[in-house]
Design a protein around this ligand. Structure first.
Ligand SMILES: [Fe+2]
Length: 429
């Protein structure tokens, strides 16, 4: 049995990056079952698996909720939170309100975009800014702070040329203006460089910390100095073109993640397992394995996903109708468009749930559907009385990637209200 607790968010933060102020922008509003349905025609019952995971049946009707359209006005302007800031490489004392207990020692690490332009070139999307690493160190009741920009190859190339050299999710790097007209034209046909601006999350493999985004690159980092120590390429270890920035961990340190692969026959969603032990000191993600591949539907339009769920025994992957048009993405440079142009909300595909036994790598038979929604962060997943339960934030409207254009996020007053007018829904009992 698969249960899903939907927390429908009103105007959706739910992203990594700048901390949002305490505001009504993120409000998880509890259970809803109105959008989930069984698809018995597609569920292929397997007796041997029934004990582990019974047929889909969602929540009893007592939790029926009502969805209402809502527009909120007067939201606070968040433009200062998405402006370029200076790094603070030397440790400074942090201003503390209240007090920290003396027994609390360690570092709180955060990462997010902190630089949104180079020279005259400006980034367009919240996800594009250069990674700024933050460290809050707590020791004997005091707190210190420092921050450093990640010295990625992307950051260094952009800084050296004082322009945006490497394309990001929502920003296409323009040809070098120093080249002649012919060279600039021909450069459109060069393969685009993939960013290593790993600005999304700190992750941990084999006891080491890495900075991750969703491309094939991660950067290993020393969490004491905030210095990058090594650039790691997923595709050198396993046949994936990247992995999410939200892996899950077993108690013994075994890590699970998901990444896509693209081939002549279409694309696959791959579940990756990384062992907990290092082979030697120089070990990074050696021994990573793809334990399950799930074909996307349609073949050349895989779904975008930002995270997935994991319980003690299962991986839950949500294939949502936020579709990546691979042809559009591959030709984005020629067409003069950013990668984000290749992602579109296509609710006709609905939302599909896949459940995989993480010990055997076996995709469980049957298919679970709900009406279309978009989710970025799955909050929790667990098993309870032969059920797999997942909690997640979701939105009925798949246009949220557009909302996170910087020009929208920096608006204030009525302009911000207009951004917020998209038809988000609030559940109420
Ligand atoms: Fe995230």
């Amino acid at each position: 049995m698969l249960l899903c607790n939907f927390g429908i968010i009103r105007s959706g933060n739910g992203f990594d990056g700048p901390q949002m102020p305490d505001s009504p922008q993120l409000s998880s509003l509890g259970k809803s079952d109105s959008s989930f349905s069984e698809s018995p025609g597609l569920f292929d019952k397997d007796e041997s698996l029934e004990k582990d995971l019974n047929v889909l049946k969602y929540m009893d009707k007592s939790h029926q909720t009502k969805a209402v359209s809502c527009k909120q006005e007067g939201l606070p302007c968040i433009a200062p939170l998405i402006a370029t800031v200076e790094e603070t490489p030397q440790t400074i004392s942090a201003q503390v309100r209240g007090h920290f207990p003396k027994w609390l020692n360690g570092s709180l690490l955060r990462i997010g975009p902190g630089k949104f332009e180079f020279g005259k070139d400006k980034y367009n999307h919240w996800f594009d800014g250069m990674a700024l690493l933050h460290q809050f160190r707590m020791e004997k009741g005091t707190v210190t702070y420092r921050s450093k920009f990640l010295q990625s190859d992307t950051y260094k190339a952009n800084s050296a040329q004082n322009r945006i050299v490497i394309s990001e999710f929502g920003t296409l790097a323009l040809p070098d203006p120093c080249r002649n007209v012919f060279e600039r034209f021909m450069s459109k046909f060069e393969l685009p460089a993939i960013t290593d601006n790993t600005s999304v999350n700190y992750v941990r493999y084999k006891g080491d910390y890495y900075l991750s985004t969703e491309t094939n690159f991660m950067n290993k980092v020393d969490i004491e100095t905030l210095e990058k120590t090594e650039k790691v390429d997923w595709s050198k270890f396993i046949a994936v073109n990247g992995a999410t920035a939200h892996p899950h961990y077993d108690p013994d340190g075994t890590a699970y993640n998901m990444g896509n692969s693209y081939g002549p026959h279409g694309s696959c969603y791959n579940i990756i397992r990384i062992p907990p032990e290092k082979g030697d000191l120089g070990d990074t993600i050696h021994g990573a394995q793809v334990i399950c591949s799930i074909a996307s539907a349609p073949s050349f339009k895989p779904s975008y996903y930002h995270s997935f769920g994991m319980t003690k025994n299962y991986i839950i992957f949500i294939e949502q109708p936020l579709k990546m048009n691979l042809w559009k993405i591959v030709t984005s440079k020629i067409r003069g468009k950013a990668f984000s142009d290749g992602i579109s909300w296509e609710p006709q595909y609905n939302t599909r749930f896949h459940v995989v036994n993480k010990h055997t790598g076996q995709l469980l038979p049957g298919m679970y559907y709900s009406k279309p929604f978009v989710t970025f962060h799955q909050i929790n997943a667990f098993e309870d009385q032969d059920c797999v339960v997942i909690d997640l934030c979701c939105q009925d409207n798949g246009r949220n990637l557009e909302i996170y254009q910087l020009q929208n996020l920096r608006k204030a007053g009525e302009g911000l209200d207009q951004v917020n007018i998209f038809d988000f829904q609030v559940s109420s009992k």
